[in-house]
Each structure stands twice: as C-alpha cells, then as structure tokens.
Write a protein that binds this ligand. Structure first.
Ligand code: ADP
Ligand code: MG
Length: 237
C-alpha cells in the first residue's frame, strides 16, 4: 500500500526535528531512509507506525488518512534493532501472539504460523525459546511476528545493527527476498549506505531533519546532488 507523508512535521517541545517533509513510497516499493545518527530517521518511522503523533501534516496509507489513528489499528508490521521477543514463549508462540490477542482460534493460528515460518525459513525452530537462537534467527522470528497479520506496510529500524558482519550480509538478502515475495511496501531506516544501496528500490538521504535527495541506488551513486550526499555515499567529488 502506498505511504504518503504530506508536509509532515515533528517537534519535541521547542526542538524541531522534522519540518514539512514530503515523501511518497510506492505500493510494493522498499525505500531506505538513510542518514547519519540523529538526523530524524527513527522519528519519521515512529510517526509512520503511529508511536509518535505528528505536530504537523498528514500521513496516508493508500487514500486512508492514518494521522490520528493509534498504532494498533494502522496494520503495520514493525521490526526494531532490539528484537524484543517474549523470552518465556517458544518461537511458535512468539509468532502467533499477535493473532492470539485477536482471539483467533488456535487451529487457524497454527496454520498461519506455519505459512509465515515457511516464508521466513524457520520451520525447524518452532519449539525453541529466544535464548536458544542466534541473532540472525531471532531476527527472522521478529520478522515473522511482524508479518503474521499481513500488514499493509513493513517498517524496519536498523534491523541489522546487532548482527555480526556475516549474518548482516545474509539477512540483507533475506529481508529483500521476503519483501519481494510478499510484495509489501517497506521503509528501511539505516545509517549504513551499503545496506541501503543493496536492499532498496530507492533511497531518501536525510540530513538534519530534511530529505536532501531521493533516487535509485544507481542514480544516487552516479549523480549525487550535493557534496553531502557524495560524501555520505563514500564517493566524494
Ligand atoms: P536517527 O534515528 O536518525 O538517529 P532520531 O529520529 O532518533 O534520529 O532523533 C532525531 C533528533 O530528535 C535527535 O536530535 C533526538 O535527540 C531528537 N529526539 C528523538 N526523540 C526524542 C524525544 N522523544 N524527545 C526529545 N527529542 C527527541
Ligand atoms: Mg534511529
């Protein structure tokens, strides 16, 4: 589902973090919000997911204005840097939990959990607890739990930051595969330019609360609009 930020602004007290941001993520697209620490990436993502209320502007999913809707009714799947799995539950219980709170019958939950476990390729881990999983496996479980309610949009905030280099590489292509297979519209927040370049259809480069340039990875690399963009991509003029 298309995501639209229309003149989105967010302040905390007197601190203006984002002012009049306009951004459109097309249906089925995966877009990176890329920029240095503190530039406002998470603030933007939190507003899309409904954790933060904008101080100005609108957020639309498709034609639906979700600006004033709480997170639970926006139909978003969210994965953060820390996976926050429930330690006392098995993998299957963790993944099925969002359906259990909706009081879905357990036979139906089991069917849905099996479907999503196959997609994320963790069918062999269903009886384990989170403490018995590697970082990459925990990541997959978090992704499965985010996807089980068939959300309209998938929001990822530095999802690979806690992984070692080898797992990070593996999970880059895994997340991209899963995004493509489900056709879900996704926003990936990252400060890692290689991650943004390798995983996303388009990149929005942010600096101090503003989007400096939006382009495909190839365009961004061959035609950086500013010295900041070039420098950030590791390709100074
Ligand atoms: P990023 O995710 O790009 O690293 P953030 O969106 O987390 O950046 O933060 C952007 C700016 O907003 C920072 O200066 C941060 O200190 C400020 N900020 C974020 N959340 C809050 C908050 N809840 N209260 C006050 N300031 C905040
Ligand atoms: Mg952040």
């Amino acid at each position: 589902m298309r995501i639209l930020l229309d003149n989105f602004s967010k302040s905390f007290g007197a601190t203006k973090v984002i002012e009049n941001m306009n951004l459109q993520v097309a249906h089925g697209e995966m877009l990176a919000l890329l920029g240095p620490s503190g530039c406002g990436k998470s603030t933007t993502l939190f507003a899309v997911c409904g954790i933060h209320r904008p101080t100005g502007g609108r957020i639309l999913f498709g034609d639906r204005d979700v600006t004033d809707l709480p997170s639970q009714v926006r139909n978003v799947g969210v994965v953060f840097q820390s996976y926050a799995l429930y330690p006392h539950m098995t993998v299957a219980e963790n993944i099925g939990f969002p359906l259990k709170v909706k009081a879905m019958p357990s036979a139906d939950i089991r069917k849905e959990v099996d479907r999503i476990a196959a997609l994320v390729q963790i069918g062999n881990l269903m009886g384990r607890h989170p403490s018995e999983l590697s970082g990459g496996q925990q990541q997959r479980v978090a992704l499965a739990r985010a996807l089980i309610r068939k959300p309209d949009v998938l929001l990822l905030d530095e999802p690979l930051a806690n992984l070692d280099a080898k797992l990070r590489l593996e999970m880059r292509s895994e997340i991209r595969r899963i995004q493509r297979e489900t056709g879900i519209t996704a926003i990936l927040v990252t400060h890692d330019q290689v991650e943004a370049m390798s995983m996303c259809d388009r990149i929005a480069i942010m600096k101090e609360g503003e989007i400096i340039q939006i382009a495909t990875p190839a365009e961004m690399y061959s035609d950086p609009r500013t010295a900041f963009v070039a420098g950030f991509l590791g390709n100074p003029p």
